[in-house]
Design a protein around this ligand. Structure first.
Ligand SMILES: Cc1cc2nc3c(=O)[nH]c(=O)nc-3n(C[C@H](O)[C@H](O)[C@H](O)COP(=O)(O)O)c2cc1C
Ligand code: SF4
Length: 495
C-alpha cells in the first residue's frame, strides 16, 4: 500500500488560507528570488517528465521556450487541462483537490520562461473544475502573486483532439481543434495565420502548418504543460531536485497520479511512487476484480498497447511499461476480467479513434472508419457480411495504411492498440471469424465523465457521436475538417 500525497492531497484544499497553511507559496517565492536559468537547471536535474502522455523532459521544454522568447516577445504558459484520454480522471481530480498548486506552478513557469500570461485550458463541460480554478485565480490575484502576469481560463470543446497540444492552441486561437504539423516548440496564441485555400494545402487545415522556428513566425513561443506536470513544479523549485528524486526511479523520478476503472471493486484515483508494481496500483485503488473473476487484461487508455495479466508485475514507470511493450501514457488503467471479449474492446477503441479523427489526413479517417466498421462486424458476428475472415484480413491491411502521412499520434494509437489486442488474444479473434464466439456489441470506450463513490461513469453520449462530430441521427459522410472549413475564424463551437 504505497499511496503518497505529493500533488494529490488526501482532502481538498478548500481555501487560499488553507493552501498557505500547507506551505503553499514557497515555490513562487523561491522562483522570483532566483535566476531563471538556475530554476530551469533544477527542473532538468529533477528529471521531471511530462505527465500528459508523452513523457517529454519538462526542463528541456522550458529551456527551449525560454531561449526563444524575449521581453519584446513574451511567451504564454498554457496548462493543458483538456483531459480526454478514456479511463483518465487524474487532472480533474488534481484541479478539484488543489487548484492553487497548479496555478502556482503555472506562475512559476511564467516567471522563469519570461511569459506575461497564463491560460488554463479546460473543457466547457468541466463545470466543477472551472469553478474551482476561477475562485483560486481570484484569491491568487488578490494576494499579488500574479502581478505582471495575466491569468485566464479557456473553455474548449469536448473533442478528444482538443487535448493534443497543437489542436489546443488552435482552439485558443478560436479555431477548430485540428492538430498542426509538429514543430520543435509551440508558437501562437492570438496569432491567426491564414492557410492557403487550395485543395492540396487543404482549405480546412490548421493554421501554422509550417514548422515553427526562429525565423518562420513572429509569434512568441508557447509553453504547454499538463496539469499534473505543472502541479509538481512548486515543490521542485522549493525543495530541490534531490528531494524530488527521493521517490521514483532513476529514469522516472517522482510520482504518478493513476486512475483505475473497469472490472474492479471500486474505481478511483491515487498517487503512487514511480516504480510501484502495476498490480499494486490496481489492487490498492480498485480492490481487485469481483469475487470469482480473474484479471485478464488492462488497457492503458487508447494510446498504448494492451497489458496482459502476466505483465502486471511491471513497474509503473516510463521504462517499466516500455519494457513490456506498452507505455505509461496518462496512467489511466481500464481493467478487464475473464468475461471480457478482446474483439468487442478492439471495436470500441477503434470506433473512438475513428470518430475522433479530424480527417486532415485521409488514411487516418477513412482507413480508421473501415477498421472500426470491420471490427464491428467481427464483434457482432454481423450475418449480413459474407466473409468475416476477409474482414480480419482487411483490418490487418488497413492497420498498416492508417498511419500514412499522419500529422499527429492519433493514427498510430489506432494502429498499435488494435494490433496489440489482435496479437495478445488471437484465439478470440479466430473464434469471431469462425462464428463460434458469442456476438458482442463493441465496448463503450469514451471519455471518463466522473467517478462517484467508486463508480466510474463514461460518456454515454459518445454512442451517438458521428464521425462528422455531430450527434445527428445519420452521419453526413463529411470529415470534421470539411465541416469546419471556416474554422480559421471564431466560429467553432462544441457541436
Ligand atoms: C490525440 C491526443 C490527445 C491528447 N490529449 C491530452 C490531454 O487531454 N491532456 C494532456 O495533458 N495531454 C494530451 N495529449 C498530449 C499533449 O499533446 C502534450 O504532449 C502535452 O500537453 C504536453 O504536456 P506535458 O509535457 O506536461 O505532458 C494528447 C495527445 C494526443 C496525440
Ligand atoms: S492523424 Fe488523424 S487525428 Fe491526427 S491530424 Fe491527421 S487526421 Fe487528424
Amino acid at each position: 500500500m504505497t499511496i503518497v500525497h505529493r500533488v494529490l492531497p488526501p482532502h481538498p484544499v478548500e481555501t487560499f488560507d488553507d493552501y498557505l497553511a500547507e506551505r503553499g507559496g514557497r515555490g513562487i517565492e523561491a522562483a522570483r528570488a532566483a535566476v531563471p536559468a538556475d530554476v530551469i537547471s533544477e527542473l532538468e536535474a529533477s528529471g521531471l517528465r511530462g505527465r500528459g502522455g508523452a513523457g517529454f523532459p519538462t526542463g528541456r521544454k522550458w529551456r527551449t521556450v525560454a531561449d526563444y522568447c524575449s521581453p519584446d516577445n513574451p511567451a504564454t504558459v498554457v496548462v493543458n487541462a483538456a483531459e480526454g484520454e478514456p479511463g483518465t480522471l487524474k487532472d480533474r481530480t488534481l484541479l478539484r483537490m488543489n487548484p492553487f498548486e497548479i496555478i502556482e506552478g503555472a506562475l512559476i513557469a511564467a516567471v522563469v520562461v519570461g511569459a506575461d500570461s497564463v491560460i488554463i485550458a479546460l473543457k466547457s463541460s468541466f463545470g466543477p473544475e472551472i469553478a474551482r480554478v476561477e475562485a483560486a485565480m481570484d484569491a491568487i490575484r488578490a494576494a499579488g502573486w500574479a502581478d505582471g502576469i495575466a491569468m485566464s481560463i479557456h473553455t474548449g470543446p469536448s473533442e478528444y483532439l482538443y487535448g493534443e497540444e497543437t489542436a489546443l492552441l488552435e482552439s485558443l486561437d478560436g479555431r477548430a481543434p485540428f492538430p498542426r504539423i509538429a514543430p520543435p516548440f509551440r508558437r501562437g496564441v492570438d496569432e491567426v495565420v491564414e492557410t492557403a485555400g487550395d485543395v492540396n494545402s487543404g482549405s480546412g487545415l490548421s493554421a501554422h502548418v509550417e514548422m515553427a522556428g526562429a525565423t518562420h513566425s513572429e509569434a512568441a513561443p508557447t509553453l504547454v504543460d499538463n496539469v499534473e506536470t505543472i502541479a509538481n513544479v512548486p515543490r521542485i523549485v522549493w525543495r530541490g531536485a534531490e528531494w524530488f528524486r527521493t521517490e521514483g526511479t532513476r529514469e522516472s523520478p517522482g510520482t504518478m497520479v493513476c486512475t483505475v476503472t473497469g472490472a474492479v471493486q471500486h474505481a478511483g484515483v491515487g498517487e503512487f511512487p514511480m516504480g510501484t508494481p502495476l498490480r499494486e496500483v490496481i489492487e490498492t485503488i480498485g480492490g481487485g476484480v469481483l469475487p470469482g473473476r480473474t484479471l485478464t487484461a488492462v488497457l492503458p487508455g487508447v494510446s498504448n498497447p494492451v497489458i496482459t495479466a502476466d505483465q502486471l508485475d511491471a513497474p509503473l514507470s516510463y521504462e517499466g511499461l516500455a519494457a513490456i511493450g506498452s507505455g505509461l501514457g496518462s496512467a489511466g488503467f481500464i481493467v478487464y476480467d475473464d468475461t471480457f471479449d478482446p474483439v468487442a474492446v478492439a471495436a470500441g477503441v477503434s470506433r473512438f479513434l475513428a470518430v475522433e479523427s479530424c480527417g486532415q489526413c485521409t488514411p487516418c479517417k477513412q482507413d480508421g472508419l473501415i477498421i472500426s466498421d470491420r471490427l464491428h462486424s467481427l464483434a457482432t458476428l454481423d450475418d449480413t457480411r459474407v466473409d468475416l475472415q476477409q474482414d480480419k484480413v482487411e483490418i490487418g491491411r488497413r492497420l498498416d495504411s492508417v498511419i500514412t502521412g499522419a500529422r499527429c499520434s492519433l493514427a498510430t494509437q489506432h494502429q498499435v492498440v488494435v494490433a496489440s489486442l489482435m496479437a495478445a488474444f488471437p484465439a478470440a479473434f479466430d473464434a469471431h471469424v469462425a462464428g463460434t464466439a458469442a456476438a458482442r456489441e463493441p465496448e463503450l470506450i469514451a471519455e471518463l465523465v466522473d467517478i462517484v463513490d467508486g463508480v466510474a461513469r463514461f460518456d454515454e453520449t459518445f454512442r451517438g457521436k458521428q464521425p462528422d462530430w455531430t450527434h445527428a441521427a445519420r452521419d453526413s459522410g463529411a470529415s470534421p475538417v470539411d465541416r469546419f472549413t471556416d474554422h480559421r475564424v471564431n466560429t467553432f463551437k462544441d457541436s
